[in-house]
Design a protein around this ligand. Structure first.
Ligand SMILES: C[S@@+](CC[C@H](N)C(=O)[O-])C[C@H]1O[C@@H](n2cnc3c(N)ncnc32)[C@H](O)[C@@H]1O
Length: 235
């Protein structure tokens, strides 16, 4: 798969409001304090752990790893451009391992490796939190071909979730819901910049055709619920 570069490039996913609500939600799932050690796998621009660092002032800065090093990755965390499995083999220990909207980049075998290594990298009482897009009746605004690709990816996520359940065994479930209110103009820009992985392998012509579909389908403002399904594993 081509590299994803614009997921959190001035989108609702990097907005202050989204990060605030996500971290408020996170607080209900895990107790953090200044001694907590955090690893964010597939951190993108590291907005989430950067906001956590501002709030908790952790003694050890959170680690964010990603295969893409964006220029504007947050500076108050430790960022490493490295593939997740390679990094996890270092066997450092964490209280929270966050894997948000990243598992779809893994094959089934690699996902099992990722989970096994993540379990080994947890402190006693540490938690792994995994999130991915809601699989049924997902409301992300799409044009036809984009929807087809997204549905295919969400079907694959169902298989990946089964693998996670089988591997981690004792887990609990959660949902995160964020109301998106975005101008059509901004959303068109996001599509053109291929913000989501189901756009990565499309030709420019397909994307431009899709944009004209979005332009005629939606009014000036686009509103929808961005819903994530989460799995929580506790050591
Ligand atoms: C959809 S983005 C999610 C970013 C961030 N977690 C968030 O929720 O805003 C997925 C990220 O995972 C990264 N990624 C994909 N495969 C990876 C791997 N094997 N190791 C580390 N990062 C990876 C991508 O480069 C991308 O930045």
């Amino acid at each position: 798969m081509k590299k994803l570069k614009n997921w959190d490039n001035k989108t609702w996913l990097s907005s202050k409001s989204y990060i605030f609500h996500f971290n408020k939600f996170l607080k209900t799932k895990i107790k953090l304090n200044k001694n907590s050690k955090i690893l964010d796998i597939g951190c993108g621009r590291a907005n989430i752990i950067s906001a956590l660092q501002k709030k908790y002032k952790f003694k050890s800065k959170p680690i964010g790893i990603d295969v893409v090093a964006n220029k504007d990755v947050k500076k108050n965390i430790v960022f490493k451009k490295i593939e997740a499995l390679k990094y996890l083999k270092k066997q450092k220990k964490y209280d929270l391992i966050l894997i948000k909207q990243t598992i779809h980049f893994f094959t089934k075998t690699k996902l099992n490796h990722l989970l096994n290594l993540s379990k080994k990298s947890l402190n006693p009482k540490g938690k792994i939190l995994i999130f991915s897009l809601k699989k049924k009746n997902n409301k992300i605004p799409c044009f036809k071909k984009m929807r087809k690709n997204l549905e295919k990816s969400l079907k694959r996520d169902e298989v990946l979730f089964k693998i996670i359940k089988k591997n981690l065994k004792e887990i609990s479930y959660t949902n995160f819901n964020f109301k998106v209110n975005i101008s059509k103009q901004k959303y068109v820009r996001m599509i053109r910049e291929r913000y989501i992985s189901c756009l990565l392998n499309m030709s420019n012509k397909e994307v431009e055709f899709g944009i004209s579909e979005i332009k005629s389908k939606y009014k000036r403002k686009i509103q929808f619920n961005d819903v994530l399904e989460g799995i929580i594993y506790k050591n």
